[in-house]
Write a protein of this length. Structure first.
Length: 95
């Protein structure tokens, strides 16, 4: 079964390679989706894949970071099951 999660990361996460860091982690876990900067200085990560892999990504985002990043909060705002054919991403991208 495929899941989708929307994750918000707050702190000093723009201009420090955080989206590239997210992409590398997601690709290592075989997840698809995107990471993008938000106007408030945070990063939104939307991922699709196996629930265990999404949970592993969330834990990695809480425990690891690029050298210059400062993480205040990693919050999963939404997590849901996707029906067959509802996957919208082919790979993980930086927006």
């Amino acid at each position: 079964m495929v899941f989708e999660a929307r994750i918000l990361v707050s702190g000093d996460v723009t201009g420090v390679g955080y989206r590239s860091f997210c992409k590398r982690l997601a690709q290592e876990l075989g997840l698809k989706g995107y990471a993008k900067n938000l106007p408030n200085g945070g990063v939104e990560v939307l991922v699709q894949g196996q629930k265990e892999k999404i949970d592993a990504l969330v834990q990695a985002l809480k425990q690891r970071k690029p050298f210059l990043a400062r993480i205040e909060k990693v919050q999963v705002l939404e997590q849901k099951n996707l029906r067959s054919g509802e996957e919208t991403f082919v790979y993980f991208e930086i927006q």
